[in-house]
Design a protein around this ligand. Structure first.
Ligand SMILES: Cc1cc2nc3c(=O)[nH]c(=O)nc-3n(C[C@H](O)[C@H](O)[C@H](O)COP(=O)(O)OP(=O)(O)OC[C@H]3O[C@@H](n4cnc5c(N)ncnc54)[C@H](O)[C@@H]3O)c2cc1C
Length: 342
């Protein structure tokens, strides 16, 4: 596993942490605009909504701005200053309000990088994208500036079943909620293995290794690997996109809870390929940050499937190509077959 220096200890829980009701992960998150999803207070369905704390018109002050890479990724540390409760689970996002000259008011979701235990302080990791108004707005904030936002809201990425191992795949700033999730699980006694794979383009995009190394040092059940799609010649880590580098590394596919976050091409292709390999939808959680409507190309999917070496699950792809005797097929797969094969 590539290591990039020794780190400081993972952040510690703060005092007086208040926790929202524990929501369940959705198997198909990442579709549509999450800023339009109901906020947690509205979906709790208990009591008079007017008595619940509002998630609208919120304010947080930027207390630190930390450039993380030379390629335009920053870490922003905020303190909530509106006096209202701020509690969240790993995977939740805040919906940032920005006033873009010539465009008007924009709302855009950003997942929380920090652990719930640090609330009412929270952190974001933001990638400045070419021609992007909203990331440019966040990147232009200076300590002391006050941010308008809604939230926090979204879906918890905490596992429903604590008995499963976890495989986490992030591209780019998709690392944010997965670092929050790993830190939270490891500091609250989660004992199953957690394997994190992080896809980046360049060596210059690498950051947050202090935190990742510290988690790996403190917890033998946690490991991480970085895969570069444009690595330098002397790169010792994984090479290629996650859809290329990760499938051969998964010795088995069953008994695992998957989290896929970042580029919608990766989340879609990996989710479909895992499903084709026999992994159930209920253990695949995905959150696409962009390329949200990406449709996986059949040839690309076929190439991804061919890279998997694990064979512990009955794969619908194998079933449909006639590799299994009819009665060995699971019921769902039997229903999908053409009538003449029934
Ligand atoms: C649930 C959710 C959580 C999100 N969390 C984060 C987060 O934690 N950090 C973060 O930086 N962004 C996050 N985003 C994306 C964020 O909301 C904005 O879409 C992003 O900042 C780009 O907005 P923009 O106006 O600057 O650029 P846009 O005008 O929206 O996009 C400009 C171009 O950049 C591309 N692009 C957008 N984002 C990226 C990226 N990350 N890498 C490469 N190309 C990109 C777009 O496809 C487009 O071609 C999240 C999105 C969702 C849906």
């Amino acid at each position: 596993m590539p290591r990039f220096g020794r780190g400081r200890p993972a952040s510690q829980p703060g005092d007086g942490e208040s926790r929202p009701e524990r929501p369940q992960p959705s198997a198909r998150a990442g579709r549509g605009d999450p800023s339009e999803r109901p906020q947690p207070s509205a979906r709790a369905g208990r009591g008079d909504p007017s008595e619940r704390p509002s998630h609208y018109d919120r304010r947080a002050e930027l207390i630190r701005r930390t450039p993380l890479t030379s390629t335009g990724t920053v870490r922003l540390t905020f303190r909530v200053v509106d006096g209202r409760p701020f509690s969240f689970f790993p995977g939740y996002f805040v919906t940032v309000e920005s006033e873009i000259p010539g465009v008007g008011r924009r709302h855009s979701p950003y997942c929380i990088l920090s652990r719930p235990g640090r609330a009412p302080v929270f952190e974001l990791i933001v990638r400045m994208v070419d021609g992007g108004d909203r990331s440019a707005y966040l990147g232009s904030l200076k300590p002391g500036d006050v941010l308008g936002f809604r939230g926090p809201g979204g879906h918890s990425m905490l596992p429903r079943n604590q008995g499963l191992a976890m495989v986490l795949l992030a591209t780019g700033v998709g690392i944010g909620p997965l670092l929050s999730l790993s830190s939270e699980l490891l500091s609250t006694g989660f004992t199953r293995p957690i394997r994190l794979f992080w896809g980046l383009r360049l060596a210059e995009d690498i950051c947050l290794t202090d935190e990742l190394d510290a988690l790996a040092d403190d917890h033998p059940t946690f490991s991480y690997q970085i895969s570069l799609s444009q690595p330098p010649p002397d790169w010792k880590g994984l090479r290629g996109r996650l859809t290329e580098s990760v499938p051969p590394l998964l010795g088995s596919l069953g008994g695992i809870d998957y989290r896929l976050v970042g580029n919608g091409a990766m989340t879609e292709e990996m989710a479909v390929a895992l499903g084709d390999m026999g992994v159930g939808k209920e253990v695949i959680y995905r959150e696409a940050y962009f390329n949200i409507r990406h449709k996986a190309d059949p040839a690309v999917l076929s190439a991804i499937r061919s890279r998997f070496t694990a064979s512990d699950l009955i794969a619908p792809s194998a079933i449909e190509s006639g590799d299994l005797f009819h009665l060995e097929r699971p019921l769902g797969a039997r229903r999908r077959l053409p009538p003449k094969e029934q």
